[in-house]
Design a protein around this ligand. Structure first.
Ligand code: G6P
Length: 362
């Protein structure tokens, strides 16, 4: 219990220490509005023309975030589930392919299998991991450490935030190195708002609304999470966290996909968390209204005074920030909702049934 530092669960501690974890992740990596990544000085990735992310579980969702960051810069990139990558033909792989293995532990068998396959086919392999000296770090050509500190709770929390930030920094480096890429025009603003991300997480941790929402919607049949673009990754992660620790049914979708199937499941008994980040929000709002018209309670996750507040049944407020980081704030709110929902149900939060922190079999 000493390791919990006064928190009831490791997971809660790991949620609440995210400002510190994120500060460590960022430390020294932004200097004078430029990205400084230890082993990856400017020019490291010139010649790369395709990026394959391979990862599992929560790390896969961080990889989806990374993929979006690269796609925004016009770089060809795809996030693969490592278990699907192994033994499949993911398309051409060459020395112009960068394979990025995203793995908190660095020991996940499926991810190691994908890393080895990409390497054997000639790709350059980088691992983004939390564990120095892990198998992934040893086998990859290069490593970038997320520096989140040890994570004990089986359900990954702070490591997702640190992975997404590390992958975003890596994506920005690639956008500078690859000639055909288009680095973001507002890079300075983007980096400035990243530097205050730890403070913004700190701010949202003081509110009790996530706890209230968890109680308000307890006992529902299913829980849905929708988001668009970067927030699609967050919607999927929000649902994964919820099912892992509450044992309740939850699914995350791309907002626009709701009407292509999942809407058949929507009833007054299926609350839907809707993530807004200031990009294409009008469309997402329309998707939320479609669910609401079928009776589903809408819980909007957005910054203060967002237009969704007018229609939402409940509102989870996050600090206003650059759209690129907004999802990471929303994700912390959703971690808290999952935590309190699981606690209300008396679940063994740090060690959910049937799950392991690191899965070393394929
Ligand atoms: C297990 C854990 C998940 C984790 C996944 C990938 O399934 O229960 O929380 O996201 O492995 O782990 P990794 O260490 O590769 O990030």
């Amino acid at each position: 219990d000493a390791g919990k530092g006064g928190y009831e669960h490791y997971m809660l501690k790991e949620i609440y220490t995210q400002p510190n974890a994120l500060s460590n992740t960022i430390e020294g990596r932004i200097q004078d509005n430029e990205i400084c990544l230890e082993d990856f000085p400017k020019g490291t990735f010139s010649g790369i023309d395709d990026v394959h992310f391979v990862a599992c579980g929560t790390s896969y969702h961080a990889a989806l975030y990374g993929q979006q960051m690269l796609n925004r810069a016009g770089i060809r990139a795809q996030a693969f589930r490592a278990s699907e990558y192994v033994g499949s033909n993911p398309g051409p792989v060459s020395d112009k392919t960068l394979a990025i293995a995203v793995t908190q532990s660095g020991e996940t068998a499926d991810t190691l299998g994908a890393l080895r396959q990409a390497k054997s086919q000639g790709a350059r392999v980088v691992t983004v991991t939390n564990v120095v000296g892990s198998t992934a770090a040893r086998e990859a050509d290069d490593s970038l450490f997320i520096r989140a500190g040890p994570e004990i709770g089986v359900a990954a929390t702070k490591t997702f935030s640190s992975q997404a930030v590390t992958l975003s920094l890596l994506a920005l480096r690639l956008a500078e190195d690859i000639e055909t890429a288009t680095p973001p025009e507002d890079k300075a603003e983007l980096l400035r708002s990243l530097e205050v991300l730890p403070e913004n997480v700190e701010k949202l941790l003081t509110s009790t609304e996530a706890k209230r929402i968890a109680s308000r919607y307890a006992g529902s049949k299913s829980y849905f999470f929708i988001g668009r673009g970067l927030n699609n990754a967050v919607a999927k992660e929000g649902a994964l966290k919820f099912k892992e620790i509450t044992y309740e049914h939850a699914e995350g979708f791309a907002s626009g996909e709701l009407k292509h199937g999942p809407l058949a499941l929507v009833t007054p008994d299926t609350p839907i968390f809707v993530l807004f980040n200031g990009e294409n929000d009008t469309k997402t709002l329309q998707n939320a209204k479609e669910a609401q018209a079928r009776g589903a309670p809408v819980i909007a996750v957005a910054s203060e005074k967002h237009s969704s507040a007018d229609i939402a049944d409940s509102f989870l407020e996050i600090p206003d920030t650059h759209p690129v980081w907004s999802g990471l704030l929303a994700n912390v709110k959703l971690q808290l909702v999952s935590y309190h929902a699981a606690r209300n149900l008396g679940r063994p939060i740090d060690k959910p049934r049937n799950l392991a922190k690191s899965v070393t079999v394929e």
